[in-house]
Design a protein around this ligand. Structure first.
Ligand code: PLP
Length: 361
C-alpha cells in the first residue's frame, strides 16, 4: 500500500470560489493568481479548473512555460516581469503578457528586437515599496513605452496594496488615493485589488481584480476563515493513523520528549510530518481531525509522522482517516497555532504527497 498522506484538491470548490469573486466584483475582469504552483494546489490542474478566469498571473517563466506546455491558451501575465533581456524572447514565443516595474525593464524593451506587440502591466509603487515605478517616473516611462515598437498601446496600470488584509489601515487609503490621482486622467485599464481588497474594498476593484488566496477558499484576514466569506477550502491534507499507543502518566512522546502524558492516555501516530509540509512550529494542542472528530497534536511534528491525542476518540483504529487541514478543519486555524499564515501552509505542501482530485477521503 502506498503512503496514505495525500492532498485532495476539490476542483468544484475552486470554481465556486471564482464565482464568488465574480459576484463580489461583477464589473471587473479576473486575473486569477496561480503563482507558486497555484499556492501549492498544482498550477496546471488549477488553470484547467479555473478556465473561466480572464487571465492567469504567475511569478516566472518556468510557471508560464508549464501552462503553455499543458495547452493552456488564456492570457498569462508574468508578475515580476523579465529578469533579463533574453526573457523577452520567451515572452514573445509563449505569447505572454508582462508586468514592467522598473526602468531597467523598459530599457530591455527598447533594445529588444522582438516584434510583439507585448501587452504590458505597468506597476506603480504607491507605498508598498517592493516592486513598482516611483510615482514621478510614471509619465516618462509611459512615453518611453509608447515609443517601443514591440509594446502594445493598451497598457494596464497597476499597484499592489501592502495592508489590505488589515481593514481600515491608513496605508491602504493613502495608496488608493495616490493611485487614483496618478491614473485618473489616463484612460488606461487599471488593477489594484488582491483577495483582501476584492472582499472588503469595492472601490478598489476597477478593471481587473487579482485574487489569489480566496480562490483556494482561504481568508486573507486574521481571525476569520474562508467560510466566513462564502468560500470553500480547495485543499484538504489527509492521512491515516499508523500506530496507537497506550501510555502511562509521565511517558513522553516523540523527539526531545517534549510531550509528557499528564495521565494514562491513548496516543495515535499519524503518517505526515514537516517533510510533507506540516508546520514544525505547530504547538501541542493544534487541532487535528481523527474520524471527523476534533482532537489535538501532541509535541512537535517530526519529518514523516506526528502524534495526536486519542483519549477522546472512541474506537480509534489503525488505518482511520485523519485530516490535518481543509474540509472540516480550516487551515487558518492551523496557521494561527503555528505562528504563520495560511498562505505559507498551503503553498508548502510537498510534491512527495499524492495529489488526488475531488477525492472524498
Ligand atoms: C500574489 C499577488 C496577488 C494575490 O494576492 P492574494 O492576497 O493571494 O489575493 C495579487 N497581485 C499581485 C501582484 C501578487 O503578487
Amino acid at each position: 500500500m502506498s503512503r496514505p498522506a495525500r492532498v485532495c484538491i476539490n476542483l468544484h470548490s475552486l470554481r465556486h470560489n471564482l464565482s464568488r469573486v465574480r459576484s463580489l466584483a461583477p464589473g471587473s475582469h479576473v486575473l486569477a493568481i496561480i503563482k507558486a504552483d497555484a499556492y501549492g494546489h498544482g498550477i496546471v490542474r488549477v488553470a484547467r479548473a479555473l478556465d473561466a478566469a480572464d487571465a492567469f498571473g504567475v511569478a516566472c517563466l518556468e510557471e508560464a512555460t508549464a501552462l503553455r506546455e499543458a495547452g493552456i491558451r488564456q492570457p498569462v501575465v508574468l508578475l515580476e516581469g523579465p529578469f533579463d533581456a533574453e526573457d523577452l524572447e520567451s515572452i514573445e514565443r509563449l505569447r505572454l503578457q508582462t508586468v514592467i516595474h522598473d526602468p531597467v525593464q523598459i530599457e530591455m524593451l527598447e533594445r529588444s528586437r522582438i516584434r510583439g506587440p507585448i501587452k504590458i502591466w505597468l506597476k506603480i509603487d504607491t507605498g508598498m515599496h517592493r516592486l513598482g515605478l516611483r510615482p514621478g517616473d510614471l509619465n516618462p516611462c509611459i512615453e518611453r513605452l509608447r515609443r517601443c515598437a514591440c509594446v502594445d498601446d493598451d497598457i494596464v496600470l497597476m499597484t499592489h496594496l501592502a495592508c489590505a488584509s488589515e481593514p481600515g489601515h491608513v496605508l491602504t487609503d493613502s495608496q488608493l488615493q495616490l493611485f487614483s490621482s496618478l491614473t485618473a486622467s489616463m484612460r488606461l485599464a487599471r488593477s489594484v485589488a488582491n483577495s483582501a481588497a476584492v472582499l472588503s474594498i469595492p472601490e478598489s476593484h476597477c478593471d481587473w481584480v487579482r485574487p489569489g488566496i480566496m480562490l483556494y477558499g482561504v481568508s486573507p484576514f486574521a481571525g476569520e476563515t474562508g467560510a466566513d466569506h462564502g468560500l470553500e477550502p480547495a485543499m484538504t491534507f489527509r492521512t491515516r493513523l499508523i500506530a496507537i499507543k497506550s501510555l502511562q502518566a509521565g511517558d513522553s512522546v516523540g523527539y526531545g520528549a517534549v510531550w509528557r502524558c499528564p495521565a494514562p492516555m491513548t496516543v495515535g501516530i499519524v503518517a505526515a510530518g514537516y517533510g510533507d509540509g506540516y508546520p514544525r512550529h505547530a504547538l501541542s494542542g493544534t487541532p487535528v481531525l481523527v474520524n471527523g472528530q476534533r482532537t489535538r497534536l501532541l509535541g512537535y511534528a517530526s519529518m514523516d509522522m506526528l502524534a495526536v491525542d486519542l483519549s477522546t476518540i472512541a474506537d480509534a483504529r489503525i488505518g482511520d482517516p485523519v485530516t490535518l487541514w481543509g474540509e472540516g478543519l480550516p487551515v487558518e486555524e492551523i496557521a494561527a497555532s503555528a505562528a504563520t499564515i495560511a498562505y505559507e501552509l498551503i503553498s508548502s505542501v510537498q510534491k512527495r504527497l499524492q495529489f488526488v482530485e475531488d477525492g472524498p477521503g
